[in-house]
Write a protein that binds this ligand. Structure first.
Ligand code: XMP
Length: 506
């Protein structure tokens, strides 16, 4: 196992991810984790991440210098290298000129780490400070035009450091460098895989939860589903899932969740059909933010009522992913939409959280889900907002509009899947703008709903571009919707990106 000590760098989690890709198990810990705790884990190697601070500032993040004499190989990256240099007697100063972006790296003395590099290679830099002189015992292994020490090492003590970022794709040989560190320097075997992740997580969950009672708010989305199945493997019937149907789900979704969790996985699942209750609360409401607030609050009420019936609950499972952790850290971001997440916690409930996916990215969660035996439809399910179809119906929500939208959405998703596009497109769905227009069908005038089709490519939902869906697929979608749903006589395709639009219409 390898430990990544996090100094707050933008790419810290990417380091962990690259290490996992090289089939080495790794855990990320805060930089100030006590030394005893670090050595108790018996790591094969330690990586210091980058970070925004300057080592010569007062109270700059630092590690216990004892870490350098544990005999465990250390790789310092960016800030991590500056810290190593400073703590071991080298010199670090503010660079006259910052290095940012693609930079040419000149390897002057290849060592175990850099032996896979040609003498000139591209690398990715992002730093304002630089190491002016390497500490005693270190040799300088690479330079750039502006950095006299772009990489350094002391192989006798197994200490290595690079100023550039091997973890980003813009350092083409970065993964080779990490491989060298893990396999050659640390002697890791590269045998770790998702199966080992499952074993490790199960042990951790059991350790944390013991015989405690665990609750999971299941939404049917990938994250909460994978988290629930993983925790169930660890604690069995001490886990109870609550699945609240707010009546704003897609066609067939509730049924599928019930079948998968109750029948396939034999998980204790409380199903609450609260559709009526939500629809009553939403009657006459047209303002998007009000809708979201009502749904969020009502969800918490229902969830509270159900969990109260269960007696003492000690832990709550959440399918939080690493990007969620990062995003919720951006306290300064303006509220564009108040996101409601299934599992949004009542403030006065006293649970401890179990978040077994908090180090993973979405695609890793999908691999994990498959490994755990979840059906493809759940593993590959596109993101779906907590307030569900409510944010895809503009204006008041009624039973009729929900029915129309559900049918139209099933056509969109069905045709996208039939065209084999479902795994490449981030989100694709139907929207009911609530407007009616004139049409003609069978020589008769119609005055019926319009359906808007939305399909976007995105990496994280923060920005998105509309998808150039082939015309024949769009044509099929349109034909089927107007032919199969009598309340619809017009289909339009949304060709705006985010920004300036958002992905959802409300
Ligand atoms: P927007 O519409 O803000 O959506 O561009 C970005 C991503 O977030 C999803 N979304 C939500 N997810 N609760 C959620 O869990 C919400 O209230 C919510 N609103 C939007 C949206 O589907 C897209 O993936």
């Amino acid at each position: 196992m390898v430990i990544v000590l996090d100094f707050g760098g933008q790419y810290s989690q990417l380091i962990a991810r690259r290490i996992r890709e090289l089939k080495v198990f790794c855990e990320m810990l805060p930089y100030n984790t006590p030394l005893e705790q670090i050595s108790a884990k018996n790591p094969r190697g330690i990586v210091f991440s980058g970070g925004p601070s300057s080592v010569y500032q007062e109270n700059a993040p630092a590690v216990d210098p004892g870490i350098y004499s544990l005999g465990v190989p250390v790789l310092g990256i960016c800030y991590g290298m500056q810290l190593m240099a400073r703590q071991l007697g080298g010199e670090v100063s503010r660079a006259v000129q910052r290095e940012y972006g693609r930079i040419e790296l000149n390897t002057v003395e290849p060592d175990d780490l850099l032996c896979c590099l040609e003498s000139l290679e591209q690398c990715w830099m992002s730093h304002g400070d630089r190491v002016d002189s390497a500490p005693p015992g270190f040799k300088i292994t690479a330079r750039t035009d502006l950095a006299p020490v772009a990489a350094m090492s002391d192989p006798a003590r197994k200490l290595y450091a690079v100023q550039f970022h091997p973890e980003v794709v813009h350092t083409p040989k970065g993964q080779d460098i990490l491989r060298q560190f893990l396999y050659t320097v640390c002697g890791c075997g590269g045998t770790w895989d998702m199966g080992s992740f499952i074993d490790h997580s199960m042990a951790e969950i059991r350790n944390k939860v013991g015989e405690g009672k665990v609750l999971c708010a299941l939404s049917g989305g990938v994250d909460s589903s994978v988290a629930a199945v993983l925790v169930h493997r660890a604690v069995g019937d001490n886990l109870t899932c609550v699945f609240v149907n707010h009546g704003l789900l897609r066609k067939g979704e509730a049924e599928q969740v019930l079948t998968t969790f109750r029948e396939q996985f034999k998980i204790k699942l409380i199903y609450v059909d609260a559709s009526r209750r939500f629809l009553d609360k939403l009657a006459g409401v047209t303002d998007p933010e009000r809708k979201r607030k009502i749904i969020g609050e009502e969800f918490i009420r229902v969830f509270e009522e159900e969990s109260a019936k269960l007696g003492q609950i000690d832990y709550l499972v959440q399918g939080t992913l690493y990007p969620d952790v990062v995003e919720s850290g951006t306290a300064t971001a303006a509220v564009i939409k108040s996101h409601h997440n299934v599992g949004g916690l009542p403030k006065d409930m006293k649970f401890e959280l179990v978040e077994p996916l908090c180090w993973l990215f979405k695609d890793e969660v999908r691999v994990l889900g498959s490994e755990l035996g979840l059906p493809e439809e759940i593993v590959w399910r596109q993101p779906f907002p907590g307030p569900g179809l409510a944010v895809r119906i503009i204006g008041e929500i009624t039973g009729e509009k929900l029915r129309v939208l559900r049918e139209a959405d099933a056509v969109v998703t069905g045709e996208i899947a039939a065209a084999g596009l479902d795994r490449e497109i981030w989100q694709y769905f139907a929207v009911l703008p609530g407007l009616r227009s004139v049409g003609v069908m069978g020589d008769e005038r119609t005055y019926a709903y319009t359906i808007a089709v939305r399909a976007v490519h995105s990496h994280d939902g923060m920005t998105a571009d509309w998808v150039r869906i082939p015309y024949d697929v769009l044509g099929k979608i349109s034909n089927r919707i107007v032919n199969e749903i009598k309340e619809v006589n017009r289909v339009v395709y949304d060709i705006t990106s985010k920004p300036p639009s958002t992905i959802e219409w409300e």
